[in-house]
Design a protein around this ligand. Structure first.
Ligand SMILES: [Ca+2]
Ligand SMILES: [Ca+2]
Length: 429
């Protein structure tokens, strides 16, 4: 009986101790470390199906390449050749790719387009449309984009704690906006003398032309240019198409000094034609990077004054297509001695080397004619240029090409051989 009472007392004490332990654990501090171990926060793998907002996010950068599919190809600046047009901009580069262990498609792609000037409309995350401003200059359009990748579910189950990956990308494209003809007042724009274009509807002006009938039949070719590109220290070296720089189409300031800014007209088709010609010649193994341009644009202010000053020896004509930005006098000069290279391999650099290029121009122009392309044009062979104002610079044979857009009244390509001006010049000394 006494033993039973002792057992009952022990049971009551144990029950009381159990009650106190559950109800007031603080009374048993020596037991807490064992009974309440701290939980490790990452001890339980959490399967992911959507971006884990609690997961660590690692940031990376990448580069975006933008291009304008309607423009001349260049890595540098887009030559805006139409102020009314809306220019499409697209992303040429692919989205960044994540390393192994991530969903192959991003969880989100967000883009913000920004324009310095002009009007910009975002079409979607991959493209936008830009309309030029009224003001000339270089305008930059930028795209900032973020691309979020999340780890694959299996990676989490394997207890590999991969972070979310957030790629930040940046890209930009520049446009060279020309000034409109309406800014030319009294033949001048920002101090630069453009001069006065001959009037194609004036019989007196037409009477000076070598072939007035052709001008009457194709007035659109001889209307004063609408757009004018500013050339100064910041724009002269801009690559506007393939490897051609804007300043190459300007008069050489070394020999014709006049302070910047200069302004030139430039038909993008003359650049396309030079590139077609170069590509065709390269295909035949005649390797060079680009043509050297003796003359690109010549303002009427310069061209007509030279014509009037020295009409007998000058090669400049009253309705020269150089005044319309539709012509270029070119040579191939890989060895950089300012003289046409010996392209036909006969050991001499003379008019035969210019004729060698002309055969390719003939082939191109016949193709353009079949395609009714506006790139069809005239071409002339010259044994020497007429840069008397250039002092002792070496003389070179060269070829004139243009994109007048028509052939003669008999349907034949317009071709001519220039005067041997060096001889005439020397005789006149
Ligand atoms: Ca040479
Ligand atoms: Ca030769």
């Amino acid at each position: 009986m006494r033993l039973v009472l002792i057992c009952l007392l022990i049971l009551v004490l144990l029950a009381l101790a159990g009650y106190l332990f559950v109800r007031f654990p603080g009374l048993f501090p020596w037991t807490q470390q064992q009974t309440l171990p701290p939980l490790k926060p990452d001890s339980q793998p959490v399967p992911q199906t959507t971006p884990d907002t609690k997961a660590r996010t690692e940031e990376r950068t990448y580069e975006i390449r933008l291009s304008c599919p309607d423009a001349l190809p260049t890595e540098d600046v887009v030559l805006v050749s139409d102020l009314e047009k809306t220019w499409k901009i697209r992303i040429d580069s692919a989205l960044p790719t994540p390393p192994d262990g991530y969903f192959p498609t991003p969880q989100s792609v967000k883009g913000i387009w920004k324009e310095q000037s002009g009007k910009l409309d975002q079409v979607n995350d991959r493209s936008a449309e830009w309309t030029p401003p009224d003001k000339e200059g270089i305008c930059t359009v930028e795209l900032e984009q973020t691309v979020l990748y999340t780890p694959l579910k299996s990676e989490s189950l394997l207890n590999r704690r991969l972070p979310n990956l957030l790629f930040r990308g940046k890209g930009s494209i520049r446009f060279l906006v020309p000034v409109h003809v309406s800014e030319i007042v009294d033949g001048k724009v920002n101090g630069f003398n453009v001069g006065k274009y001959p009037n194609i509807y004036d019989e007196k002006d037409l009477s000076e032309a070598a072939a007035p009938g052709r001008i009457r039949s194709h007035p659109e070719t001889y209307l004063p240019p609408i757009l004018w590109y500013r050339i100064d220290e910041t724009t002269k070296d801009l690559v506007i198409a393939w490897n051609y720089r804007l300043g190459e189409f300007d008069l050489d300031p070394q020999y014709r000094p006049s302070p910047y800014p200069h302004y030139i007209a430039l038909d993008p088709n003359i650049l396309r034609k030079l590139n077609d010609l170069k590509t065709r010649m390269n295909a035949d193994g005649i390797l060079f990077d680009k043509f050297d341009i003796l003359y690109g644009f010549r303002s009427p202010g310069y061209n007509l004054s030279e014509f009037e000053k020295d009409g007998d020896t000058s090669l400049k004509s009253e309705f020269s297509l150089h005044m319309y930005g539709k012509a270029a006098d070119i040579l191939v000069d890989v060895n950089r001695d300012l003289v046409m290279d010996d392209l036909n391999g006969d050991g001499k650099a003379d008019i035969q080397d210019a004729r060698f290029i002309l055969r390719y121009v003939d082939e191109l122009d016949r193709r353009y004619l079949l395609d009714s392309s506006p790139l069809v044009g005239g071409a002339g062979l010259y044994p020497h240029h007429d840069f008397w104002e250039r002092g002792d610079v070496a003389q070179s044979p060269y070829i004139h090409v243009d994109v007048r857009g028509f052939v003669d009244e008999h349907g034949k390509l317009i071709r001519w051989v220039g005067k041997n001006t060096l001889k005439q010049h020397q005789q006149s000394q």
